[in-house]
Design a protein around this ligand. Sequence first.
Ligand code: HEM
Length: 177
Amino acid sequence: MADDDCPQPALHAALSHLAPLVGAWSGVGHGEYPTIEPFDYREHVRLDPAGSKPFLVYEQRTWHASDGRPLHVELGYLRPAGPDRVELVLVQPTGIAEVDEGILTRTDHGLELVLTSRLVGRTSTAKEVTAVRRLLRLTGRRLDTRLDMAAVGRPMGRHLTSELHRIDPETDGSGAH
Ligand code: HEM
């Protein structure tokens, strides 16, 4: 959590398009896949600048909606790659590492990021995941996410959708918060 008493360094200029995503997000999601029982979950996401470096630190945590047990977590970096391209590198405790790339589109009320895996790295005991597609759609203070995957012998299909809302004070678009 950012300390209000600490001056925040200026956001790197390359992050200007991603600045509306900086901050803390919370909400609920739904999970499914043809091979598993559907489930609902709570989700927290943080996207934070790392000093004046040209990337955002991404941290996600989830809990089962009914019994509160921790579910998936993931950590990574969201990297601008030009005015309309983004890269995401992620590690997951399930033995999976994703290298995703995609397109950033500015919309009337926010942003849309569509990322596709270039590479899904797996430890020898990880479940078989061969491709991932992620959608992040920001509309004002609301962030919708969707994750599709090709896994365990099944073609690309929906695994997760979530609706998050900004839980930190309004940013001024500079990334300071
Ligand atoms: C919000 C984040 C996520 C949540 C809450 C979540 C939750 C779950 C749950 C509850 C299951 C069923 C039980 C289990 O096998 O553990 C599951 C299965 C699975 N998830 Fe996720 N997951 C998340 C993200 C991901 C991501 C990012 C990937 C891949 C990159 C992934 C890949 C899988 C696979 C491969 C299975 C097993 C399917 C099978 O064995 O039939 N999940 N997930």
